[in-house]
Design a protein around this ligand. Structure first.
Ligand code: ATP
Ligand code: MG
Ligand code: MG
Length: 552
């Protein structure tokens, strides 16, 4: 159905393999999240690319936590990220790795640069450093501390490491070129003082390497051959290559960039998603409206649907925005094939079948899936007291009405045809109950002499499971909530993104449904059992409607 999208990374790897340029003959990639939040759908693209590429070429993929900012990171995030990667169906090579595993080696390499006259301790304040840095049209100026001797730099750097300075007093910089057109090459800071407790190394260090100083060298230490990242790192590549060329690293990894994933009606930035959590706009990182992996999981997305989506969007170097409808159609395809069917009445209307005996019950066997016999049969209970959807009855029926109306007949899915004989209202005139009769000759047969309007879903009021149904809409009302820089993106949150129906009923087979089980509820959409469910309360999240309801 879909044209196979291009993946230029695979093309590069294939030519590297053909030219025997893959070190050790084995492709090694890595997924390097910073443990400062939960993963989102954008990360899924990177995960599928890194793990998928390794698998395609019989290579390996590492999971490495890029943990050089201790204040923003935590074990909670590490655990959640590892779980998300596992849940998506990927297996990293060996143990989880941490950039902090290499702090001692990185420190030694910093000493090596100092000893070779290529790094210096700068005592300018952060503010002065910015002033000296120049800008895109103006070259920077050398720091007055740039020509410190090797001996003085070694001594100062050791004192930095020993905690003798305060944060911001000084920093270690590499000596490249203060006039370089690429700002990243204007003597970037590679070590700064942070007197923070680190989740892995405790209080061992009070100086931490920069992302740029840590990333490529970590790749080299792990034997990563292809270091794949998003396009915002393109300008960092010369620095990546500079370190690899100027340090005695054990391998020569190369960096390649691809376009990040942007999805409309949501945001893909850990920092902004964290704001939604902290400001309690959502119930947590795994709120089913969140574009996080854990949110999508709770909403009812499957690992296969997310992997398929990542396949569908392809890997290119051009930035664009992907329609949320594409992600939804990926899960719809998966659940259409794999989710068992069931009936759920979300807003119940009482139907009394007057000619069916009180206290009696009849069981019907329906296929769990109309196109997949291997999924077997399910049993639904029919009786005198039924519930149908309020919107499946109209007193004044419109033209071409396909559902129930006074005097009309309708088929109850998998059971009998009923006819509505009487409409009962309360004193205020509200509809409270329909009195109907069923036609015993219509079990699997069409009635003779009259024609039902259509087919509707139903449950037995005396033999069904009470449940809470949570319906979701897009999280933002704007396709690009970040477009207008003059207002906070939170301004565009959709106030109607969650609707909770507490009076719903689902067929009896779901009595012991377990969290994360998937179902298609006839006519309503795909649903998944929420983790808030317990013995006394079944909670169901609508993953998606049956058909695409997105405005294009
Ligand atoms: P965020 O800005 O949301 O915090 P990040 O890039 O800082 O994202 P990292 O933890 O550093 O988050 O990301 C790990 C990997 O995932 C990186 O290689 C990064 O390039 C990639 N990645 C992050 N966001 C996206 C995205 N939207 N699309 C594709 N890849 C992404
Ligand atoms: Mg980040
Ligand atoms: Mg990052």
């Amino acid at each position: 159905e879909h044209v196979k999208p291009t993946n230029f990374i695979h093309q590069i790897i294939e030519s590297d393999i053909a030219d025997e340029k893959v070190a050790g003959g084995q492709v090694v990639t890595r997924f390097p999240p910073e443990p400062n939040g939960y993963l989102h759908i954008g990360h899924a693209k990177s995960i599928c690319l890194n793990f998928g590429t390794a698998a395609k070429y019989q290579g390996l993929c590492n999971l490495r936590f890029d943990d050089t900012n201790p204040e923003k990171e935590s074990q909670e995030y590490i655990d959640a990220i590892a779980e998300d990667v596992r849940w998506l169906g990927f297996k990293w090579d060996g143990d989880i790795r941490y950039t902090s595993d290499y702090f001692e080696q990185l420190y030694q390499w910093a000493l090596y640069l100092i000893a070779n006259g290529k790094a210096y301790v700068d005592s300018l304040s952060a503010h002065e450093m910015r002033e000296f840095r120049g800008n895109l049209t103006e070259p920077g100026k050398n720091s007055p501390y740039r020509e410190r001797s090797v001996a003085e730099n070694l001594e100062l750097f050791e004192r930095m490491r020993n905690g003798e300075f305060d944060e911001g007093d000084c920093a270690l910089r590499v000596k490249i070129d203060m006039a370089a057109p690429n700002m990243n090459l204007r003597d970037p800071v590679i070590y700064r003082i942070r007197k923070a407790h680190h989740h892995q190394t405790g209080d061992k260090w009070c100086i931490y390497p920069s992302y740029d100083f840590a990333h490529g060298q970590s790749d080299a230490l792990e034997g990563v051959t292809h270091s794949i990242c998003t396009l915002e790192f393109e300008d960092h590549r010369p620095l990546y290559d500079w370190f690899i060329a100027n340090l005695p690293v054990p391998a020569q990894p190369r960096q390649y960039e691809f376009a990040r994933l942007n999805l409309n009606y949501t945001i893909t930035s850990k920092r902004k998603l964290k704001l939604l959590v902290d400001e309690q706009h959502v119930s947590g990182w795994d709120d089913p409206r969140m574009p996080t992996i854990s949110g999508l999981r709770r909403r009812g997305f499957t690992p296969a649907s997310i992997r398929n989506f990542c396949d569908m969007i392809g890997v290119t170097r051009s930035n664009g925005v992907v329609d949320m409808g594409m992600l939804e159609s990926a899960v719809r395809d998966d659940l259409d094939a794999n989710a068992p069917r069931a009936m759920c009445v979300t807003r119940p209307l009482k139907v009394t079948v007057s000619n069916f005996a009180e206290g009696e019950e009849e069981w019907f066997e329906l296929p769990a899936h109309p196109k997949d016999e291997s999924m077997g049969l399910r049993k639904v209970s029919f009786g005198r007291n039924l519930l149908i959807e309020q919107e499946d009855f109209e007193e004044e029926k419109p033209r071409k009405w396909k559902r129930l109306a006074p005097g009309d007949a309708v088929r109850l899915r998998g059971a009998y045809v009923i006819t509505c004989n009487e409409v009962i209202k309360d004193a205020a005139g509200n509809l409270v109950e329909l009195i109907c009769s069923y036609d015993p000759a219509t079990k699997g047969e069409n009635p003779t002499g009259y024609k039902p309007n259509g087919v509707i879903h139903w449950v037995n009021a005396d033999h069904s499971v009470p449940c809470e149904v949570r319906l979701y809409d897009r999280l933002f009302t704007e396709a690009n909530p970040e477009a207008d820089k003059a207002v906070d993106f939170q301004t565009h949150l959709n106030p109607g993104s969650l609707e909770i129906l507490t009076d719903s009923r689902v067929e009896i087979g779901l009595k012991h449904a377990v969290a994360e089980a998937h179902y298609q509820f006839e006519r309503l959409g795909y649903f998944s059992v929420d983790k808030d469910s317990d013995e006394s309360r079944l909670v169901l999240n609508r993953t998606v409607t049956l058909r695409d309801s997105w405005v294009k």
